[in-house]
Design a protein. Structure first.
Length: 313
């Protein structure tokens, strides 16, 4: 299960989009149903009734706060436990063996996170800048027709900026390149992250980003003097589609008026990224140059941590 992103915490949807009406969402090739019970707790279950396999998302949250299957009315709580099986004598039914499959959930930065593994659940560790309360974040999400690894690689790839973003924030760098500028970058690695700091030779422009395992790139616009820090997630929907989810941390109230300046350029990449075929290849699969060093580290991590693991499952 979840071979595209096995054994990781990932956001799946903004909390604000999960109401009492069940929501179906595809994650890493599996269909999930998210819902709220009557006290507001969120449950994430595989969207498959353990009885006859129909989509639980076609059901409803009933007066007991349980998700009620649309077919024979079995009732499941937010932990997937079966609470009631209609028309059977309760004495004849052992509810404890009739559970739906649930995913562990957490709410952070206005996002619903789920863990895509079985067995022991690791702590969910996120960068400090995602630990504020939800009102500090503006969230945008949409689905692109691309493999999630291409989407994350793109977010780490600063060399495309003067080309893809020629008409927005890449214009200045483009002019500098035309006059012979080149990029000087530093890469620092920890076990779970890669930090990239880039400065362009002969112009006053630099930027910093951080990749966090598995699918988050933090773009530190604030270190370039802007009042936001952007958290960019590439969430696999399936092999061919990725939900890009951007949680922009607003560092000053007036940043709200500037949101479009940050969202529009990020979406400019869509056409280019959708022209890729399939996942990122192993490190030797395409031509590489020194400015690809950061994305090559991501490629190596992916092929060691996920692609190989997915094959052996
Ligand atoms: Fe869900 Fe029968 S299929 S209750
Ligand atoms: Co871009």
């Amino acid at each position: 299960m979840f071979d595209l992103l096995p054994n990781f915490w990932t956001p799946v949807l903004p909390v604000a989009e999960v109401e009492n009406t069940p929501v179906a969402v595809e994650l890493a090739g599996e269909r999930l149903v998210l819902f709220r019970n009557l006290t507001g707790e969120i449950g994430a279950l595989l969207d498959r009734c353990p009885h006859r396999g129909v989509a639980l998302s076609l059901g409803r949250v009933n007066e007991n706060g349980c998700l009620e299957c649309p077919y024979h009315g079995w009732q499941f709580d937010q932990n997937g436990a079966c609470r009631h099986v209609p028309l059977n004598n309760p004495a004849d039914v052992k509810l404890s063996v009739l559970s739906a499959v649930r995913l562990p959930t957490r709410i952070i930065a206005g996002l619903v996170w789920v863990f895509t593994g079985q067995g022991e659940v690791p702590d969910l560790e996120v960068p400090e800048s995602l630990m504020r309360s939800p009102e500090f974040y503006f969230i945008h999400h949409e689905v692109w027709n691309a493999h999630w690894t291409r989407v994350i690689e793109n977010a780490m790839d600063y060399v495309h900026v003067p080309f893809v973003h020629r008409n927005s924030f890449g214009g200045e760098v483009g002019q500098a390149i035309a006059s012979g500028s080149f990029a000087e970058f530093q890469i620092t690695q920890t076990k779970h992250s890669i930090q990239v700091f880039n400065r362009y030779h002969n112009i006053e422009s630099s930027f910093a980003l951080e990749w966090h395992q598995p699918n988050l790139v933090v773009l530190k616009f604030d270190e370039m003097g802007m009042p936001v820090r952007s958290h960019f997630f590439g969430i696999p929907v399936n092999k061919h589609q990725t939900r890009i989810l951007i949680a922009i941390q607003l560092l000053e109230p007036h940043a709200v008026a500037m949101l479009d300046e940050f969202i529009s350029p990020i979406i400019e990449d869509k056409v280019v990224i959708e022209s890729h075929k399939g996942e990122i290849p192993a490190t030797t699969g395409e031509c590489n140059v020194p400015t690809d060093r950061a994305t090559l580290l991501f490629r190596r991590w992916y092929h060691q941590a996920i692609a190989r693991q997915a094959v052996t499952i």
